[in-house]
Design a binder for this molecule. Structure first.
Ligand code: SDX
Length: 431
């Protein structure tokens, strides 16, 4: 934290309080209110954390006005073009791009942790076959704490490191098995000779009767989807992981909490909701009707994959995703994909509409990702599990940063209480 001589003065009931102001390396200054309650006896009020920095971090930076996303300083479009998912994982976890030897060691470590404890299969079998893969993932990831006891002691840096590797390595197997179970097919074991994305695709689409030949272009597209979703500073699910782990809970339980939060349609569930919306719209001529509904205050319908708390400009990930959608559909010879056609026309019409322009609502990461995933053969129910698999490295990196931070305290927000004040209990016959 950069200390400077800046202060902010707050007047409460006629008394002035000087509050320290911290300057970040990028972004707006932050007023430090930690002593406000003890000094002035008041709280601040900020539901949804619209103006509150909940922690300091050196991992990811977003400039919402410019539409810029940096991981450890590197722009996401450069990482999407030149790097690959496991290298970005290393960058997020350790702060620097790896030297070739370090990358090799890291990739070997991750590859050697991809299998699940055999007993976990029976855990899967307890779910109904029609369970949503996200429901299975919340359960199975939480259950990892019952299978990997030797990496649950958060006070031990070595155990934290092993837990991080296990989570990143096993998540593709967990997600692929959730899918296999859901479709009634046998589980496919990981293969160590394949790269991370190819291994995941194979575990999803291979069957004992026929192996799945991984197309390198699809594997690259999958790797890019993983890279684009890897981290996004203090979003709802990451904040959930941080809050859950602030009490000292084990990492598997905390990441399960993050998965639960990600599932919602306002967050990671938007990719599934977006594809369902494009399907429902069906044709370009129906777009005006849906745009009118999205603008109507009395209609709960909103354009899925549109809008963002931080981006008031294009989500830089959406730009890369749109390009990838074109490439993948081209490769698969899917000409005139009706959903892509509707998506492009919807984007154009919304961006030309003053309602969306005035509110600075642009396509976000979830707008085009579903189209690519569907073209690869994934059902909509797998879209959010794939987001969870990529975001695991972000959750883990933020968790590790928080645990190692000497300022780490249990998260304990206060409230603006508007309920009854003290009153006497009334006996039931007198109510
Ligand atoms: C992700 O934070 C992250 O980093 C998340 C994420 C990540 O990588 O972790 O980027 C991933 O979650 C992307 C977002 C996916 N969600 C959606 O696509 C769902 C649709 N979008 C929204 O519901 C909404 O835009 C949010 C939830 C994304 C942001 O919500 P905010 O910041 O609380 O904004 P808001 O709902 O208060 O909206 C401000 C105004 C409102 O109108 P007014 O009341 O001011 O008149 O904009 C309107 C909203 O009604 N609005 C929309 C809209 N989104 C906002 N109107 C129509 N369609 C929309 N999609």
């Amino acid at each position: 934290m950069t200390d400077n001589n800046k202060t902010a003065t707050l007047t409460v009931n006629g008394e002035n309080y000087e509050l320290p102001v911290h300057s970040p390396t990028a972004g707006p200054d932050v007023i430090d209110i930690r002593r406000l309650y003890s000094d002035a006896g008041v709280f601040t009020y900020d539901p949804g954390f619209t103006s509150t920095a909940s922690c300091d971090s050196t991992i990811t930076y977003i400039d919402g006005e410019k539409g810029e996303l940096l991981h450890r300083g590197y722009p996401i479009d450069q990482l999407a073009e030149k790097s690959h998912f496991l290298e970005v994982c290393y960058l997020l976890l350790y702060g620097e791009l790896p030297a070739a030897k370090d990358l090799e060691t890291f990739e070997t470590t991750i590859t050697r942790h991809t299998m699940l404890h055999e007993q976990m299969q029976y855990f899967y079998r307890g779910f109904r076959r029609d369970a949503h893969p996200m429901a299975i993932m919340v359960g199975v990831v939480g259950a990892m704490s019952a299978f990997y006891h030797d990496s649950t002691d958060v006070s031990d840096p070595n155990q934290r490191e092993i837990a991080s590797h296990r989570l990143i390595a096993k998540m593709p197997t967990i997600a692929a098995w959730a899918y296999k179970y859901h479709t009634g097919q046998p589980f496919v074991y990981p293969r160590n000779d394949l790269d991370y994305a190819s291994n995941f695709l194979r575990m999803c689409f291979s069957v004992p009767a026929e192996d799945y030949e991984v197309n390198p272009i699809l594997s690259r597209a999958m790797d890019r989807i993983l890279t684009l979703h890897a981290d996004h500073e203090q979003n709802a699910s990451t904040s959930t992981v941080r809050l859950a782990s602030s009490s000292g809970s084990n990492p598997f339980a905390c990441i399960a909490a993050g998965i639960a939060c990600l599932w919602g349609p306002a967050h990671g569930g938007a990719n599934q909701a977006c594809l369902e919306m494009l399907e429902e719209i069906g044709s370009v001529d129906r777009i005006p009707e849906y745009i009118a509904r999205a603008k109507d205050k009395d209609d709960p319908f909103r354009l899925m994959g549109f809008g963002h708390r931080v981006y008031k400009n294009f989500d830089p990930r959406a730009k890369v995703m749109k390009q990838s959608a074109d490439e993948v559909l081209d490769l698969l010879d899917i000409e005139n994909n009706p959903k892509l056609k509707v998506a492009k026309a919807l984007e154009k019409q919304a961006l030309e509409d003053p309602y969306f322009a005035d509110k600075k609502l642009f396509p976000n990461v979830d707008f085009y990702s579903g189209i690519i995933l569907e073209a690869m053969g994934f059902p909509t129910s797998m879209f959010t599990p794939i987001f969870a698999l990529s975001r695991t490295v972000g959750w883990v990196s933020q968790w590790k940063e928080m645990i190692a931070d000497p300022q780490n305290k249990i998260g304990r927000p206060r409230q603006l209480y508007l309920g009854e004040t003290t009153r006497d209990y009334v006996d039931i016959e007198k109510r």
